[in-house]
Design a protein around this ligand. Structure first.
Ligand code: WQD
Length: 339
């Protein structure tokens, strides 16, 4: 059975392609390589021994998208990762984010409608909750005004899918709201490849320990949390990838109760920045060079998932721990340093 993964050479996309291939699906990847590299394809093959079909294509080109779907009318499902995802960059370049994250979603959905391909999995984000009132955060927590154009594109994306599913019962969709995906595949063949200075905590930690960055800056320790640093729900990327396959299989087996469902993907446990650093030092044996600096604009104090809905309806829960994720991230960084 053929499944399309857009953004399939990206961080979460590539890990999901591996899990799809392990389940016996034939995978077609579309990626424009704007935030990924072709070597990731070799990493996937090295893990599974199977080469996905790869099309380098920019989904902002509507004609190319139409041409692609004409070629692949036997696609049974689509997992849509392709999007720009740097919160800070989105503030500086809003139109690039609206064009790349919204237009591409519309063009893909238009083709799904035309070909009557149901089964659409959308890569969403916990950023839609903003600073939620109550922890842990459930899927019924109110979506709050986005703090960045990036977060807004995820909110708008979910609304576009909601409206499409409302009018077209043939489109079956699930949005997965990730918390903080981290780590790398245990094979050390694929992992996170941040371009330039990492915005996210874990790659900055591993690059600091790997001697690429001088020192980690911890953005504030004066928050109303037990140790003063922000709390997040750090989830191993392999657990996130497995959840995508399970969500797709839910749609393929028409087990979904309504034709647009939303699930949080998290561990259900919050970890502070200092706890993440402590986990890294414990599993790596490295002493991390860091200093406390001022808060970062736009950071929420705390965000971690209520996982009951995904546990119950997807029959999915995380298997890997924060330590597993930090060790895999460190091994991945060490392998990158060798190249
Ligand atoms: C985590 C914590 C920082 C870097 C990201 C994505 C967002 C969504 C969720 C995809 C915060 C602190 C960070 C550093 C630090 N993912 N930090 N020093 O902001 O929770 O959101 O994951 O949809 O789009 O942006 O992740 O890793 O940037 O920050 O102290 O050098 O680490 O203040 O408390 P965030 P992050």
């Amino acid at each position: 059975m053929k499944v399309l993964v857009t953004g399939g050479l990206g961080f979460i996309g590539s890990h999901t392609v591996v899990e799809l291939q392990k389940e016996g699906y034939q995978v077609v990847i579309i990626d424009n390589l704007s935030n990924s590299s072709i070597e990731v394809l070799d990493g996937i093959v090295a893990i599974t021994g199977k080469k996905p079909i790869f099309e380098q294509l920019d989904l902002r080109d509507k004609t190319k998208v139409q041409g692609f779907f004409k070629q692949h009318q036997d696609i049974k499902g689509v997992i849509h990762f392709a999007a720009s995802k740097a919160v800070g960059e989105s503030v500086k370049k809003p139109l690039l984010y609206y064009e790349n994250n919204i237009n591409t979603l519309v063009y893909v959905l238009q083709e799904l409608e035309k070909l009557e391909i149901a089964n659409f999995i959308f890569s969403s984000s916990c950023t839609v909750y903003g600073q939620a009132e109550k922890m842990p955060i459930t899927e019924s927590a109110p979506v709050q005004k986005a703090e960045s154009p990036y977060g807004n594109t995820k909110q708008i994306g979910e609304e576009i899918i909601q409206d499409t599913c409302k009018i077209n019962p043939k489109v079956q969709a699930i949005a997965l709201r990730y918390f903080n995906p981290i780590g790398a595949h245990q094979s050390v063949k694929i992992g996170e490849l941040p371009i330039g200075v990492p915005q996210n905590l874990i790659p900055y930690i591993t690059q600091t320990a790997g001697g690429i960055r001088e020192q980690l800056s911890v953005f504030g320790d004066d928050y109303p949390t037990p140790d003063g640093t922000c709390i997040r729900d750090y989830i191993h990327v392999v657990d996130v990838a497995i959840a995508h396959v399970i969500a797709l299989q839910r749609l393929l087996a028409t087990k979904n109760e309504i034709n647009f469902e939303v699930f949080n993907l998290g561990t259900g446990t919050g970890s502070s920045v200092l706890e993440v650093i402590e986990s890294f030092e414990r599993v790596s044996g490295e002493k991390l060079n860091y200093k406390i600096v001022a808060r970062r604009e736009g950071d929420v104090i705390s965000a971690f998932a209520d996982t009951q809905k995904a546990n119950k309806y997807l029959g999915w829960k995380t298997e890997l721990t924060l330590d597993d994720a930090m060790l895999s991230a460190w091994k991945w960084q060490q392998s990158l340093n060798k190249d």
